[in-house]
Write a protein that binds this ligand. Structure first.
Ligand code: CMC
Length: 431
């Protein structure tokens, strides 16, 4: 039998047969549009809410094999990057496609370091937020506002202009994230310290008070580097899809990334780590775990930090984070909620409900415990996700802008509403 990379589809409504090409394990949805197409009918469409089985792009940024628990950035396994690299080197890798040589690395670190300051007017605008404004809301709008400070960013066809915004965004995210945290605490904003590394500087802007120089514990700096590397990209997730979808309108990258931050804010995505910690606090003790699990199984609520659209055996990031938990607790002392988390994991991994549905701890299950040990309030957790994810969003955005196959995102719908209704004026309807 000769092997043919096609699919033969027989439309039983008409008896007609169509041959559809298979490329890279996919068929083109537009080829299905030819099936049953007449002057009066638009042809077959594909219905896939949530894009559960639809590839929206070709991408060379991140590879995931969910069944085998593999995650690679530009082909490099996440375990090796977390062990041996720094966040800024990984950001370079994601954005440029390959690891930097020494000169490129020095230039990159220099450029990022010297773009960490933000315009004073943006600082004033952040000061206008209510005292209790959620830091993610502050971050989302401040990143959107950056587009008004760099109007040239609209010129997305120019590679130099594009790269200048990429550097600015990666550089300024820790500043805006830290200021959103200081704002909620009523503390003065701390300016960047360009003598410090990316993560040290972030910690300094978060926690520095009257000391002349903030001196972070190197073990905590390392843990934050690892967490930043783990969160840097995750291929076509909800927020990346938002960045790509909004970016497909050819808007500037600040607006597109701001849409990504909005998507990440939600509890089913980046907001999950905040939800995990609130859940652990509510469960409170190990003894309450069985009753909580019963509630989850009865559909009363979800076990936050469990389950993943892609990973069906384990989330490789969760394995690395679990190790970082020990390193951080060595410095900060053990968080009593760790016991609750471990008991939840133990019971869930042996319970048929979770086993059958392939629900395992994801990246957010343990990250919240680390963040709390580092003295972050839960509202800050998603900000800690958004800062490193910015390099991934931008790598994906750069790819989108250069991809000749991409068009403005515009899905179809199956219309379910009324048709051709006669409008009755309000004066008659309300009479
Ligand atoms: N607790 C209890 N049941 C769950 C959970 C959970 N955390 N996750 C999924 N299920 C059940 C779900 O109810 C469904 O059961 P049934 O087949 O009986 O209807 C089944 O498992 C399949 O779930 P799904 O909702 O169809 O799966 P999905 O791929 O659409 O959702 C998910 C993936 C991550 C949104 C979901 O697992 C979830 O809501 N988890 C909790 C939130 C969370 O931890 N999110 C962080 C994800 S990792 C960070 C990131 O990359 O954003």
């Amino acid at each position: 039998m000769t092997e043919k990379n096609t699919l033969t589809v027989r439309d039983n409504r008409s008896g007609e047969e169509y041959e559809v090409e298979i490329t890279d394990g996919t068929v083109r949805a537009t080829d299905f549009g030819k099936i049953g197409k007449t002057d009066d009918s638009p042809g077959l469409a594909v219905y896939d809410p949530g894009f559960t089985n639809t590839a929206s792009t070709r991408s060379a940024v991140t590879y995931i094999d969910g069944d085998k628990g593999i995650l690679e950035y530009r082909g490099y396994p996440i375990e090796q990057l977390a062990e041996n690299s720094t966040y800024l080197e990984v950001a370079y890798l994601l954005v440029n496609g390959e690891l930097p040589n020494q000169k490129q690395h020095e230039q990159w670190v220099h450029d990022i370091t010297f773009h960490t300051f933000v315009h004073e007017n943006l600082k004033s605008s952040m000061q206008g937020f209510r005292y209790d404004a959620h830091p993610m809301g502050q971050l989302m709008s401040s990143v959107g506002a950056l587009s008004t400070f760099y109007p040239e960013a609209r010129n997305i066809k120019d590679p130099e202009v594009r790269m200048a915004q990429v550097v600015r965004l990666i550089a300024k995210m820790p500043t805006l994230g830290a200021w959103s945290f200081r704002h909620a605490q009523g503390k003065p904003y701390v300016y960047p310290d360009n003598d410090l590394s990316y993560t040290e500087n972030f910690l300094s802007m978060l926690f520095k008070m009257s000391e002349r120089k903030y001196d972070a514990d190197p073990r905590l700096v390392k843990a934050l580097e690892v967490l930043f590397i783990l969160h840097a990209d995750h291929e076509q997730n909800c927020s990346t899809n938002a960045v790509r979808s909004v970016g497909s309108s050819q808007v500037d990258p600040y607006s597109a990334v701001s849409a990504g931050i909005a998507a990440l804010y939600g509890p089913l995505h980046g907001g999950a780590n905040e939800a995990v910690l609130r859940m652990l606090k509510r469960i409170k003790t190990k003894d309450n775990v069985p009753a909580f699990i019963e509630g989850v199984k009865n559909g009363e609520e979800k076990l936050m930090g469990f389950g993943h659209r892609v990973y069906k055996n384990f989330d490789p990031r969760a394995t690395i984070i679990k190790k970082a938990v020990d390193d951080v607790f060595e410095v900060t002392g053990v968080n009593p909620l760790l016991e609750v988390a471990q008991e939840l994991e133990k019971i869930a991994l042996n319970d048929e409900y979770f086993v059958k549905r392939k629900l395992y701890p994801n990246v957010d299950f343990y990250s919240g415990l680390i963040y709390e040990a580092l003295q972050f309030p839960p509202e800050m957790f998603t900000v800690l996700f958004a800062i490193p994810r910015t390099s991934g969003w931008l790598a994906q955005w750069l790819e989108l802008v250069d991809d000749p196959e991409q068009k403005i995102a515009r899905p179809k719908q199956i219309y379910t509403g009324g048709r051709q209704l006669d409008f009755t004026p309000a004066s008659q309807r309300w009479a």
